[in-house]
Write a protein that binds this ligand. Structure first.
Ligand code: TTP
Ligand code: MG
Length: 280
């Protein structure tokens, strides 16, 4: 079999598994990389795939061309203010904001995997995290409708922070962790997940705990301070010390312990950097 047909075969198999919707499949198809053949050959595959459906423009091809788009992840502990930050920037034209699909995690066909996970993490951790991974991937691959996309969290933090925490704290069985890790590795090795900048809202676990109590999300009432401390430590190791996992983009740190007014001021002060995709 020639290289091109082998490559196209692999692309189609992957794409068909990802989506049963024909139009969406075409769009996503072009975002899938043939990593095993190296970048140059991957580009060739994408160009071929793209020519099958010209009304859809590949993110990767757009990113390489004149209309380069910018993708920013907003990261931080639970209740660090990610949604507030996104809502602030959503008022700017030319920025598209994707908040986290928490409502889906609280209601999938009448079930609440988020609530179940907090009640019994050992039993339901894998259920929630599998669904989080799917919904995050769906967000990453959705077609961009503005030159700048700001997105709450990412498939990376779901794995590097939450799955890792469940496993390290002994609440996720080794086999569940292994299966989730296999899925995660397959996804990140075979699918291009665009990101240009990570904004890390760096807050103390104590501040997050106070905010959690104030907002009173039913499922989160049982979250102890120690849980937020563990999440904080994993974030610090990943994005500040850079000692745990791959960091897929430069990191811009914004201190996030202040009250709302001061935080809005901080966001404004960092606007230019964020829109330039720069951490300096
Ligand atoms: P967060 O992603 O922290 O969202 P938030 O809206 O609470 O944060 P902010 O106030 O900064 O906007 O988490 C939402 C809930 O989902 C929270 O209870 C933690 C949980 N969660 C997991 O259990 N596993 C995951 O992989 C992720 C991403 C979240
Ligand atoms: Mg939020």
């Amino acid at each position: 079999m020639s290289f091109n047909s082998l490559c196209m075969n692999n692309l189609w198999r992957s794409a068909i598994r990802l989506s049963s919707n024909a139009a969406v499949t075409s769009t996503r198809l072009v975002a899938i990389r043939c990593k095993r053949f190296g970048d140059k050959r991957g580009e060739l595959c994408q160009t071929r795939a793209h020519s099958n459906n010209t009304q859809h423009v590949s993110r990767k091809l757009v990113r390489n061309g004149k209309e380069k788009k910018l993708v920013v992840f907003i990261e931080g502990n639970i209740a660090s203010g990610k949604t507030t930050c996104l809502e602030y920037f959503s008022k700017t034209s030319n920025i598209e904001v994707l908040t986290e699909p928490v409502s889906k995690w609280r209601n999938v066909r009448g079930h609440n995997p988020l609530g179940l996970m907090y009640q019994d993490p050992t039993r339901w951790g894998i259920t929630l995290q599998t669904y989080v991974q799917l919904t995050m991937l769906d967000r990453h691959l959705s077609t961009m409708s503005a030159p700048v996309r700001m997105m709450e969290r990412s498939i990376y933090s779901a794995k590097y922070i939450f799955v890792e925490n469940l496993f390290r704290s002994g609440k996720m069985p080794e086999v569940d962790f292994a299966v989730l890790s296999e899925w995660f590795e397959w996804i990140t090795q075979n699918i291009a997940i665009p990101v240009d900048l990570i904004v890390y809202l760096q807050s103390s676990p104590q501040t997050c705990h106070e905010r959690l109590k104030e907002r009173c999300r039913e499922e989160e009432k049982i979250i102890p301070l120690e849980y937020l401390e563990a999440i904080h430590q994993l974030y610090e190791d990943w994005l500040i010390k850079k000692t745990s996992f791959n960091v897929p983009a430069p990191v811009l740190v914004i201190p996030a312990d202040d009250d709302l007014q001061k935080m809005l001021h901080q966001y404004e002060e960092n606007r230019e950097k964020i829109l330039a995709g720069s951490n300096v």
